[in-house]
Design a protein around this ligand. Structure first.
Ligand SMILES: Cc1cc2nc3c(=O)[nH]c(=O)nc-3n(C[C@H](O)[C@H](O)[C@H](O)COP(=O)(O)O)c2cc1C
Length: 171
């Protein structure tokens, strides 16, 4: 197999970087933040594990995102890893269909655990996080959560994102 250099020399443009990242298989999660009418959130492929002891997760949040101010204000958030049947919910949390704020939560079942952050009841796994740290890098903030609660729901499959589209992991 022959390797093809997309950009043999620096600087790497944002377009080249985005095109390259299409090859990355992302696990799809909903990042949920806020309470009541001030709930919002985003769909993300940047969430993952940071440390087991202490239990920390991280997610990179664009500072232009409408939900970005809510992380510091509420100091808590949820990371909810999705199943394939959550595809429409994921689309809503991307904001692509024009749905904003707490309306993104319509039509799904939510619960709270320790921090009060909204958690998706049938997520493959949901992490209830207290904001541990948040710092800026490039266009994004790296948001670190200390895991205060974990919930899982039955199911075998996972929703992933690859080459610009949602896919079932096993299909
Ligand atoms: C599959 C997918 C993954 C995404 N991953 C991230 C991410 O990791 N971080 C991020 O800030 N935005 C990510 N986005 C964009 C946000 O979900 C969302 O579009 C953005 O926050 C704009 O939302 P707003 O309407 O609330 O401003 C992703 C979008 C899609 C479709």
């Amino acid at each position: 197999m022959q390797a093809v250099d997309l950009a043999p020399s620096a600087p790497i443009s944002a377009d080249i970087f985005r095109a390259a990242m299409r090859q990355f298989v992302g696990t799809v999660s909903l990042i949920t933040v806020g309470t009541g009418d001030e709930r919002s959130g985003l769909v993300a492929t940047s969430a993952g594990s940071l440390s087991a002891d202490p239990p920390l997760v991280l997610v990179c949040v664009n500072r232009q995102a409408s939900s970005w101010p809510l992380f510091a204000r509420h100091a808590a958030f949820g990371v909810n890893f999705l199943r394939p049947h959550h595809r429409a919910l994921a689309e809503r949390f991307s904001g692509r269909d024009g749905t904003t704020g707490s309306a993104r939560y319509d039509g799904a079942d939510w619960r709270t655990m320790v921090t009060g952050a909204p958690l998706l009841k049938d997520a493959a796994v949901a992490f209830d996080c207290e904001l541990d740290d948040m710092f800026d890098k490039g266009s994004h903030s790296v948001v670190i959560g200390r895991v205060m609660g974990v919930a899982t729901a039955e199911g075998e499959d996972a929703l992933v994102y690859w080459r610009g589209g949602y896919r079932s992991l096993t299909a």
